[in-house]
Design a protein around this ligand. Structure first.
Ligand code: AMP
Ligand code: ZN
Length: 459
């Protein structure tokens, strides 16, 4: 089966046909580097990594561009409130430039730990101010902008199909507008350039034809994606929260500037939810990848967990589900490691796998196929070669994994020996009691064909 993807713009699963045969341009909205990424953000980057790997698995040469938002993302989508970067600077006592560097590095180290392939191109908003100003000038010349006391705004009423991506009802919004919209003419209008406040000095500000200030959040993505991928490119992606505002506005800017809808396919990852609801950085407490590592979890177990859910459905995070993913990943690693050297992958299994991932990245079914393969009767060397081939997409680093030689304390080793003896003598009650003692001491015992295997339990 050829690659098919769900395109939010048309609300349809469409065959992926690139603009240039054999190549795929892909832009992913990157992090706002005012704080650490939480594991919800990281779910979106894992989904985008799977997308990229599937494109490559299908033979496309991928150019993957990711931006770093280091200015202009305001606390409120309504173009009011503080700049998140300046807020982060106040919180940490560092400068806005310093926190940008700190959290960019933290983000890059997180994605490495999750085996997310590095984008072909990283681009920072603050490195592309002239490009953004140029695009705003073009929009101004074409009559899409107006000025208020605090900035230059995009007039969304000038585009008859504004908000098509989100199926927004602009007229309805206008009629029902009760929200504080300041001098904005329509509730959906958005800032292209914000003026520095007259009474205070911003850490990040630039001269422009309209006065000192900084770009709005949306303009960086249309300007940088067009610069690195062309004014019309293949795929634009991000989390689903970007559909109604950020991506709708990027499309509006592209339509006004270049006369295109920017990307041919718009893909959106759904959310990771904690029990208490949406996971948000602004809600205070949030889980980082480091929070999982601190509790002894392997970042790749989190990656495995994300693979077990389809990207187009929300995923509820629980510690139990992460425990389950940890156990499954350990089994997979051990199985793959114990098999003989890889032979040649089985074409029939490869075909089945391709059909699943090409069906709008159906990773949960691909993971189920992995287990079917593990339990199949085909030779170990073929199974191993086939599984390692799948891992080009899954990215679980199965080829590299080596069991760690854990130092098991003598007291635990004595319990294991006693249990092995009890089992040998069919004293099952004693064996069970000893297993209980081993577990109580913080070790997990697994019986394998080659004897019992013990590991330190997590948490
Ligand atoms: P931000 O750093 O806030 O700009 O967000 C980075 C990415 O994470 C964006 O693509 C968001 O759509 C995405 N995102 C935010 N919250 C979540 C969540 N709870 N689950 C999955 N993705 C999220
Ligand atoms: Zn963006």
């Amino acid at each position: 089966m050829k690659l098919h993807l769900f395109d939010t713009y048309t609300r349809a699963v469409r065959e992926f046909i690139p603009i240039r045969p054999g190549a795929a341009g892909m832009y992913a909205c990157g992090p706002t580097v005012y704080d650490y990424a939480h594991i919800g953000n990281l779910r979106t980057y894992i989904f985008e990594d799977i997308l990229r790997r599937v494109l490559e698995y299908n033979g496309f040469a991928v150019r993957h561009v990711m931006n770093i938002t280091d200015v202009g993302h305001l606390v409120s989508d309504a173009d009011t409130g503080e700049d998140k970067m300046e807020k982060g600077a106040k919180r940490t006592g560092l400068s806005a430039w310093e926190i940008a560097r700190r959290y960019t590095e933290a983000f890059q180290s997180d994605i490495k730990a999750l085996n997310i392939l590095e984008p072909t191109i990283w681009c920072r908003a603050t490195d592309h101010i002239p490009e953004q100003i140029r695009d705003i000038e073009t929009m101004e010349q074409k009559g899409f902008t107006y000025r208020t006391a605090d900035g230059i705004y995009f007039d969304t009423s000038r585009l008859p199909d504004y908000g098509h991506l989100a199926r927004l009802d602009a007229a309805g919004l206008q009629a029902g507008a009760r929200v504080e919209q300041g001098e904005k003419r329509h509730p959906t209008d958005f800032a292209l350039w914000k003026f520095s406040p007259p009474d205070s000095i911003r850490q990040m500000e630039w001269d422009s034809p309209w006065g000192k200030g900084f770009p709005g959040w949306h303009i960086e993505c249309s300007a940088m994606s067009a610069k690195y991928l062309g004014e019309q490119f293949d795929i634009h992606c991000g989390g689903k929260d970007h559909i109604p505002v950020h991506h709708s506005n990027e499309i509006a800017q592209a339509e006004a500037c270049y006369g295109t809808r920017l990307a041919n396919y718009w893909l959106h990852g759904y959310f990771l939810e904690l029990d208490q609801g949406k996971m948000a950085k602004s809600a205070g407490e949030f889980l980082r990848l480091q929070s999982l590592s601190d509790r002894g979890y392997d970042p790749l177990a989190y990656r495995y967990l994300c693979l077990t859910a389809h990207y187009r459905g929300d995923l509820k995070f629980t510690w139990e589900s992460l425990d389950g993913a940890t156990t499954a990943l350990a089994r997979l690693r051990n199985a793959c490691h114990d098999w003989a050297a890889p032979g040649v992958p089985d074409p029939e299994w490869l075909g089945r796998f391709l059909d699943l991932i090409n069906d709008d990245l159906n990773t949960p079914r691909a993971v189920a196929l992995v287990w079917e393969l593990v339990h199949s009767q085909i030779s170990e060397s073929t199974r191993k070669a086939t599984l390692l081939h799948f891992d080009q997409v899954l990215g679980l680093k199965l080829a590299e994994w080596q069991p760690v030689e854990e130092i098991i304390p003598e007291a635990i080793q004595a319990l294991i020996l006693a249990r092995d003896l009890a089992r040998g003598e069919k004293r099952w009650q004693d064996a069970d009691a000893l297993r209980g003692e081993i577990a109580a001491a913080g070790y997990t015992l697994e019986d394998t064909p080659s004897g019992s295997r013990v590991q330190r339990s997590r948490r």
